[in-house]
Design a protein around this ligand. Structure first.
Ligand SMILES: O=C(O)/C=C/C(=O)CC(=O)CC(=O)O
Ligand SMILES: [Ca+2]
Ligand SMILES: [Mg+2]
Length: 420
């Protein structure tokens, strides 16, 4: 495999030739959207590469999947096509390959500085499901809401719990989030209070982007589930804890979470993440046969959350976690989702749930970090129980290779005041 690109990639860049994450961008505000991969400080415009006839492998040579305004068509083609595209692009960008390196005209058309482009949602998302797969997160939430006796409900160890999220309000990193209003828990015999959420939170998550998916009525085997996952993005499942706490019994989260969910623009493929695969935690009790997989895999992805309050220059790191802490794997989540025959479609996304680690410094939301507002966090000379207007929350995630990174860039959003 090519180990170096003719394009300069700085040592701290997330976008080495080992990564090549997929996004969709507009080179100019009035241009059409097209797919690209990030390399160093550039985006390689895949529509130009396709038009130049350089996707010349057997699967992709006559495909128009790179001439689309989203990646859904590529997702539907499945892993053999994804592997072919990766091999083509790694070769094309390598320092020893002349085709693009020595073609000034094509380089001019196909390589666009990252700082100049507008990134847009890379997929048309039909459905969005959010799991609850970190045991540390489940235990902390349960302790906060139900006490320390039996914080984790008995079903949690037998199945990856989830709720159906709202696809229409998924936005790309950089989109402002308006503070939602809603009902809160009443005290005594009073009617429920109504107003702007007083407990606005982030949730540090990642999400799997679904590839080919399955026909209605035909479950996906857990050992084949990885072939249905194109890659991962960072995801912030913004959550209004006061709205959620009142509404979620007995059917689960609704308006406390559906006002906005932010994803990062770059999808890092499972192929790029493979060198960072690690064993998932041992599961006790053993899962039922349909969830028992031959290889139970996580990925070593370092995650970090920063908050920048309004008017301040600097962000403050408030937590550091890692994807490897998840108890239920991506493949178990996907297999469980389809075991009743439910069909997944290309471009669906499956959130992991908040990724909290075991240490107090590795908790994935303010609900846990401040213990439901009881222990304010200090940041840059001020404090936070929950998010305030003007706060900008930024996630980063990356895998550290030997002399290179495979990273996700950032996933950020700023809180605007309520409109009510
Ligand atoms: O355990 C509970 O009753 C509540 C759990 C949560 O509130 C966690 C949550 O918001 C689910 C999620 O990760 O989206
Ligand atoms: Ca969530
Ligand atoms: Mg959400």
């Amino acid at each position: 495999m090519a180990s170096q690109s003719f394009i300069e990639v700085k040592p701290d860049s997330h976008f080495s030739i080992h990564n090549l994450p997929y996004g969709v961008f507009k080179p100019q505000p009035d241009s059409s959207a097209r797919p690209g991969v990030a390399i160093g400080d550039y985006v390689l415009d895949l529509s130009e590469i396709a038009k130049a006839g350089l996707f010349n492998g057997p699967i992709l040579k006559d495909s128009d999947c790179f001439l689309q305004p989203n990646l859904n068509k590529l997702l539907a083609l499945g892993r053999p096509a994804w592997k072919e595209a990766r091999a083509t692009l790694q070769k094309l960008l390598s320092s020893t390959e002349a085709t693009l390196r020595d073609n000034a005209n094509l380089r001019q058309k196909a390589l666009v500085p990252l700082g100049k482009v507008e990134m847009i949602l890379p997929i048309a998302i039909g459905d969005y499901t959010d799991f609850f797969s970190s045991m540390h997160h489940a235990k902390n939430c349960g302790t906060i809401f139900r006490g320390p006796q039996n914080p984790i409900t008995p079903n949690w160890f037998h199945l990856p719990i989830a709720y159906h999220g709202r696809a229409s309000s998924i936005v790309i990193s950089g989109t402002d989030i308006i503070r939602p209003s809603g009902q809160g828990h009443p005290s005594g015999n009073s009617p429920p209070p109504f107003g702007p959420s007083q407990k606005l939170d982030f949730e540090l998550e990642m999400a799997a982007v679904v590839g080919p998916g399955n026909e209605l009525g035909k479950p996906i085997d857990v050992n084949q589930a990885a072939d249905h996952i194109f890659g991962l993005v960072l995801m912030n499942d913004w959550s209004a804890r006061d709205i959620q706490a009142w509404e979620y019994v007995p059917l689960g989260p609704f308006l406390g979470k559906s006002f906005g969910t932010t994803i990062s623009p770059w999808i890092v493929t499972l192929d790029a993440l493979e060198p960072f695969a690690c064993d998932a935690p041992k599961q006790d009790p053993h899962p039922l046969p349909y969830l028992a997989e031959k290889i139970s895999k996580n990925y070593d992805i370092s995650l970090e959350v920063q908050i920048k309050p309004a008017g301040q220059q600097d962000s403050c790191v408030i937590t550091k976690s890692n994807f490897k802490h998840l108890y239920w794997t991506l493949t178990q989540q996907l297999a469980h989702h389809t075991i009743n025959g439910c069909n997944l479609r290309p471009g669906d996304i499956l959130g992991t749930g908040t990724i909290s680690g075991p240490e107090p410094e590795s908790l994935g939301c303010l609900l846990e970090l401040t213990w439901n507002g009881q222990k304010p966090l200090s940041l840059n000379g001020t404090t936070r129980k929950f998010l305030e207007d003007g706060d900008e929350v930024t996630f980063t995630g990356f895998c550290k290779g030997n002399g290179y990174n495979v990273g996700f860039g950032t996933c950020s959003g700023k809180i605007l005041p309520s409109v009510l």
